[in-house]
Design a protein around this ligand. Structure first.
Ligand SMILES: Cc1ncc(COP(=O)(O)O)c(C=O)c1O
Length: 361
C-alpha cells in the first residue's frame, strides 16, 4: 500500500492493518458473499462484530461491570446537547471547565438545554494551558463536571484529571481516548467521536456508568435518551454498522500492538521528538502551549511568519505529508499524531522540520 503521512486532525489516519482487513472483507465478508455494509444489523454475523467492538473497548479500558460501551450517531457535537438533556435536573446546573473551542461549544449547548457554570477557564491566557486543580471553583451540588481532555485546536491536554469529589466527572475525549492507560472507571461518562483515535466518522463511542442512569431525566425522545442505547445495547435502531466494524478493526490492531501501555510509549516518543525539534530550533519553531499542558495528540507550533508557515505546509505536502496546517481559527501549524501515526511518520516530519529550519532561517 502506498500511503501518505497524514497529520490531519480528523478524520485522521487509520492503521494500515485495519484498512487491509476491510479491503479483504468488503467483497465477501466471513464467507457471507456480502460486505458488512450490506448485512442486516440483526444478523448473527453483524452481532458478533458489534459485541467484539464492545468487548475490545471494555478490555482495553479495563471497564468495570458498572460501565457500558454505547455507539451513538450525531458526532461528539450531539453529545454536547445529549449530556445536559439527560443529566442536568430541572432546577440544577452542571460545572464546565473551559479549555478552548470544543469546551465553549459544549458550554453553549448546555446553556440552551439547562444551566451551566464555568468552574475554571484558561481563556484569559488564550487557552495555552489546562487550569490547575486549585484554580477550580467547583460546585459540590453540580450535576456533573465536564472537561475536554484534549484540546484538538489549542494543542493542550490534561495530564492529570481533576478531583471532583462526589460530583460525577464527564469528559469529551474525542481527540485522546485510548492514547495511554488511565482509570476510565473514575468517569461517569466519556464520549469520543471515533474519527481521530478509534475509527472513521459516523459513530461516537460513549462510556456510561450504568448506575448514573438512574438519575437521568426520563421525559426525552428515545433517540436522545442514553437509556434507549443502554437497554437496547445500541441496537434500538440501525447503528452505523460499517463504522462500528472499522472501530472493531482499529481496536483489534491496538490490542495486537500491546494495548494502551505500548501505545503510550510510542505516543510519548512521537510527542517528545516533535517538542524536541522545537527546543532545538527555538528561534524558528515556537510552541505556544505551556510545557506541562502540551498535547501528545495535537502538536501545535508557529514559525517566524505566516508566509513561512504557508511554505512549510506546501513543501510538507510536496514531500508526502498532509494536514500540517493549523485550525483555521488559530492559524499556525499542527501535527496530529494519534495512535495510528507511526513513529516513522513523525521521524520523517522531524527530519523535514530540521531541513526546513536550516534552509529558511
Ligand atoms: C475535542 C473535540 N470535541 C468535539 C469535536 C466535534 O466532533 P464531531 O465532529 O464528531 O461532532 C471535535 C472535533 O474535532 C473535537 O476535537
Amino acid at each position: 500500500m502506498s500511503r501518505t503521512w497524514n497529520f490531519y486532525a480528523g478524520p485522521a489516519t487509520l492503521p494500515p492493518p485495519a484498512l487491509e482487513r476491510a479491503k479483504a472483507d468488503i467483497p465477501d465478508w466471513e464467507g457471507t458473499g456480502m460486505s458488512v455494509m450490506e448485512t442486516s444489523h440483526r444478523s448473527p454475523e453483524y452481532d458478533a462484530v458489534h459485541e467484539e467492538a464492545i468487548a475490545l473497548m471494555t478490555e482495553l479500558l479495563g471497564l468495570d461491570d458498572d460501565h457500558q460501551v454505547l455507539f451513538i450517531q450525531g458526532g461528539a457535537s450531539m453529545q454536547f446537547a445529549m449530556l445536559p438533556m439527560n443529566f442536568i435536573p430541572k432546577e440544577g446546573s452542571a460545572d464546565y471547565i473551559n479549555t478552548g473551542t470544543w469546551s465553549q461549544k459544549a458550554i453553549k449547548e448546555a446553556n440552551i438545554i439547562a444551566t451551566c457554570r464555568v468552574a475554571g477557564s484558561s481563556e484569559s491566557e488564550g487557552f495555552t494551558r489546562i487550569p490547575k486543580q486549585e484554580e477550580l471553583d467547583l460546585d459540590p451540588a453540580a450535576a456533573y463536571v465536564h472537561i475536554t481532555s484534549n484540546n484538538t485546536i489549542k494543542g493542550t491536554q490534561y495530564h492529570r484529571f481533576p478531583d471532583t469529589g462526589d460530583v460525577p466527572l464527564v469528559a469529551d475525549m474525542s481527540s485522546d481516548i485510548l492514547w495511554r492507560p488511565f482509570d476510565a472507571n473514575r468517569f461517569s461518562l466519556i464520549y469520543a467521536g471515533a474519527q481521530k483515535n478509534i475509527g472513521p466518522s459516523g459513530v461516537t463511542v460513549v462510556i456510561l456508568r450504568k448506575s448514573w442512569l438512574e438519575k437521568a431525566n426520563q421525559d426525552l425522545p428515545s433517540m436522545l435518551s442514553y437509556a434507549t442505547y443502554s437497554t437496547k445495547n445500541s441496537l434500538y435502531n440501525t447503528p452505523p454498522t460499517f463504522a462500528i466494524y472499522m472501530v472493531r478493526n482499529v481496536l483489534a490492531w491496538l490490542k495486537d500492538q500491546g494495548g494502551l501501555a505500548a501505545t503510550e510509549k510510542t505516543n510519548r516518543a512521537k510527542g517528545d521528538l516533535l517538542y524536541g525539534v522545537m527546543a532545538e530550533y527555538p528561534d524558528f519553531y515556537h510552541c505556544p502551549v505551556v510545557e506541562d499542558s502540551r498535547s501528545y495528540m495535537n502538536v501545535v507550533f508557529r514559525l517566524p511568519s505566516e508566509e513561512l508557515e504557508a511554505k512549510f505546509v506546501a513543501e510538507g505536502k510536496a514531500a508526502g505529508m498532509v494536514g500540517l496546517k493549523g485550525h483555521r481559527s488559530v492559524g499556525g501549524c499542527r501535527a496530529s499524531i494519534y495512535n495510528a501515526m507511526s513513529l516513522e511518520g513523525v521521524e520523517t516530519l522531524v527530519e523535514f522540520m530540521k531541513e526546513f529550519a536550516k534552509k529558511n532561517v
